[in-house]
Every structure is written in C-alpha cells, then in structure tokens.
Design a protein around this ligand. Structure first.
Ligand SMILES: [Zn+2]
Length: 448
C-alpha cells in the first residue's frame, strides 16, 4: 500500500472513530496496555456489582425499588449505570485503536484475520502487565466478538469462529467468586471513578425522576410530556403483561433474535441506533425485517452518547436528526424513544428535547444486565426473579451480545410455558389512549 493511501486511511479512521472530535473521552490518553488492564478491572468490578444486584433482587427488590429506596440501593443501580457507560467508552476506544493498527498491519503483511491478531496482542499485554488467571480471558469476550464480526464482514475467518469464552469455566469462576463474598480486588482506581460518577447519576435522579405511576390505571393517557405521561416503565402495565425490548442494534445478531421470536410466536420492540442503520444496507435490512415481521421499531438515538452531557444542538442531533435519518431509511417516524443508559430521564432539558421531537420515553423495570453477564442461564434467572416480584413490565435486552441472544430465547420459552401475555409497546399506548394518536409536530426552532 502506498504512503498516500495509508495517510488517507489514517485520516479517515481518526475522523470516523471520533479521535479528533471528542476531547472528553475518558480513555483517550490511556496507553493500549492501560486499556487492556482497565477492561479487566471493569470486568471484575462489574461482576461485583452484578452480584450485589442479584442479592438485592433475591431480597425482593426491583429496579424501581432500588431507584426509590435507600441511598445505598440507589447508589448500587447508579454504579451499574456508571460502569456500563465506562465499559462502552472503553470498548469503543479499544475498537477504534485496534481497527486502526490492524488495518495498517494488515495492509503491510496480510495477517490472517483480526480475531487471532487481537488475541495475540491482548496476550502480549497480559504478560507485560502480569495479570494471571482466567478472568482476563473473560474480560475479552466482547472485543473478540467485535473482531469476529470484522472478520466475517471481510469474508474470512469464518472457520475460526470459536466460542467467545468457555462458559463452564466462567460459571465455575463466578461460583467461587460469589462464594468468597463477591468482592473484586485490585480495582480501587476504577472503583473510585465509578463511585464519583454514580454519585452524579444519583443526584440527577433525585432532581426529578418521573416514573410512571405504579399500578395499572386505565385512564392514564400517554403522550409526549416531561412528566409521568411521557415516560413508560412497565410498572403501569396491566397485570400479567410483558414487553420484550431489545436495544443497541440492529447488528449481526439481530436476525437470530428475529428468527427466535418467530419460532416462539412472539412480538417485541426494538430500540435502534441510527448510526447502526447507516452502517450498511444489509444491517438496515434487519430492522426492516423486524417491521415486516410485526415488531415495533423505535429510536435509541444516533450514536448512543450520554445525552445529558450534550449541548442543545448536540441533543438535537442525537434525537431529532436521528429520527429524520431513521425515517429516511425505514420509511416512518417512530414515536417512542429510549435514552442511551436511560440517562437524562430525570433531566428537564433532555425530557424537553424529547417532547420537542414528539417522543414518549420508554424506561424498563426488568434489567437483565446482559451487557455484563456472560451466562445466558443466569441472565434468564435474573429476569424471572424480577418478573415474579413485579407481575408486569418492560424487559431490557441488547441484541448485540451472544449471551443476550441465547438468554432472550430462554425467556421467550419461559413466557410461553407460563402462558404470560407479551405485548408490543404500541399496543400498550393504543389501549391506554383508546386508539387515538397524539397530534404533535416537531417543535425545534428553524435556526441552528
Ligand atoms: Zn443502549
């Protein structure tokens, strides 16, 4: 490859991965070794928090009771939100850097696929950092999935598609971890960062978390509003009704979820990223297929940023521009929206931005924690435990993780075996509003 091409490739990658654009990225200044090491810490600390969440659920808690309960309970859910945000940032930082170095190395020597290249690169860092044990391997599963997808898209490496992790090893490790109290060690730096972020998240919730009134109220009207009428959580569903929701797609795994839904005869609601719809015509076709199959498809913003951190014009881009491009690709303008991480649900400016775009927000009341938990069976157990306490609600999955695809299929089987009613979010809104649509026109000012 000639020098000019490499230069343009570098430039394109830097711009497209946002390396020039966003000076607020937490990990922008970290070395690659530091990133691998933080990824490992993130895995351990997330396991600790998931373990605490499971204990709270065992004691009869739900997302809602954690949010509205004691300070310590609120802080636990805020910590989970905080570490998930960090995990996403870390993942995208690693992805953009690895993509860059892989592309350069690959163009020079033609290495055999990103997955094996990535494994050897991470292994070299692990040795240098002196990290021992299986947990480092577990921490790699999501980034390895990214590499597999990359290989698949380039049409090679298919035969090397090994399991992202050996589930049995993970289960055994986790059992031991929990037996010993479920406390992560050697993660104090990340712990401090997560704690300070979580305090900020909890403070923002305290400012005005407008949850839907708990309990079914047939007279409650749903319409774009900064108050309770504009935020569905599932706690106001009729008893025995459940909505399956899938966030962050469409992606390579979405067709598997669609096929599972068909097999089980169920309908779901998808919250998709416009950035994903734009990736390729093939990826967008997965959402088109979802609509054809009778599922609901709504917006989950453009690029999954933390909306409360953005200026008004940036919020407009993430919400309104995302909707307009969504409409140009899928042919309709959706009317329900889910904020990335649910962040901003209690922020008046964010909620006002959603109203300006005629969107009703949808939170959840059953959290599967499928972004961290690699064990599908444990994800199903976590969902079922919360469902038994609640009796109705909105279940949160992400159709971008292997474990989520398997776990959601398990939950579909559970819903049918227990004869539970599954509704799309639009069915809930229609029945609350007596079939009428809210009249609403986007109210953003003309000037930028
Ligand atoms: Zn999301």
């Amino acid at each position: 490859m000639c020098f000019v091409r490499i230069f343009f490739l570098l430039f394109f990658l830097l711009v497209s991965t946002g390396s020039f654009a966003d000076p607020n990225r937490f990990f922008a200044a970290s070395s690659e070794d530091e990133l691998w090491s933080t990824l490992h810490e993130q895995f351990l600390l997330s396991e600790e928090l998931v373990c605490q969440f499971d204990q709270a659920v065992k004691q009869g808690n739900t997302v809602e009771s954690l949010l509205q309960g004691s300070k310590e309970h609120g802080l636990l859910y805020a910590r989970l939100q905080a570490i998930r945000e960090l995990e996403e940032e870390l993942q995208s930082e690693l992805e953009s850097r690895l993509l860059l170095s892989f592309t350069i190395e690959d163009s020079n020597s033609g290495v055999p696929g990103m997955e094996s290249w990535l494994r050897s690169r991470a292994e070299a860092s692990r040795k240098k950092l002196g990290i021992r044990g299986k947990t480092f391997d577990f921490s790699l599963s999501r980034i390895l999935q990214f590499a597999k997808n990359f290989d698949q898209e380039r049409g090679f490496g298919l035969e090397s598609l090994s399991a992202p992790l050996v589930l049995e090893e993970y289960r055994q490790w986790r059992e031991g971890f929990r037996r010993q109290g479920g406390r992560a060690s050697g993660v104090s730096r990340l712990r401090n960062k997560v704690n300070s972020l979580a305090i900020g998240i909890q403070e923002s919730w305290a400012q005005g978390l407008q949850l839907e009134p708990s309990g079914f109220n047939p007279d409650l009207q749903i319409f774009p509003s900064s108050g309770q009428n504009g935020n569905i959580t599932g706690s106001g569903f009729p008893m025995g009704s459940w909505s399956l929701t899938f966030d962050d797609g469409p992606g390579r795994l979405t067709p598997v979820v669609l096929s599972n839904l068909k097999t089980h005869g169920l309908k779901a609601s998808f919250f998709v990223l416009t950035g994903q719809l734009e990736k390729s015509a093939e990826i967008a076709s997965f959402s088109r297929q979802a609509v054809q199959d009778g599922h609901d498809v709504y917006s989950h913003s453009y690029q999954h940023l933390k909306i409360p951190k953005l200026s008004e014009s940036e919020q407009r881009h993430e919400i309104e521009d995302a909707l307009q491009v969504f409409e140009s690709i899928l042919g309709f303008r959706p009317d329900l929206f889910r904020l990335p991480y649910g962040a901003g649900v209690s922020n008046s400016m964010v909620r006002a931005s959603l109203v300006k775009s005629c969107q009703v927000h949808v939170f959840w009341n059953v959290d599967t924690l499928d972004w961290q938990d690699r064990d599908p069976a444990s994800i199903v157990n976590r969902a079922v435990a919360q469902m038994k306490t609640l009796g109705r609600g909105v279940i949160l999955f992400h159709d971008i993780h292997h474990q989520s695809v398997i776990a959601s299929e398990g939950l579909m089987a559970y819903l049918n075996a227990e004869n539970l009613k599954t509704i799309r979010l639009s069915e809930f809104v229609e029945s609350q509003n007596g079939g009428s649509k809210w009249g609403c026109k986007p109210a953003w000012s003309k000037s930028r």
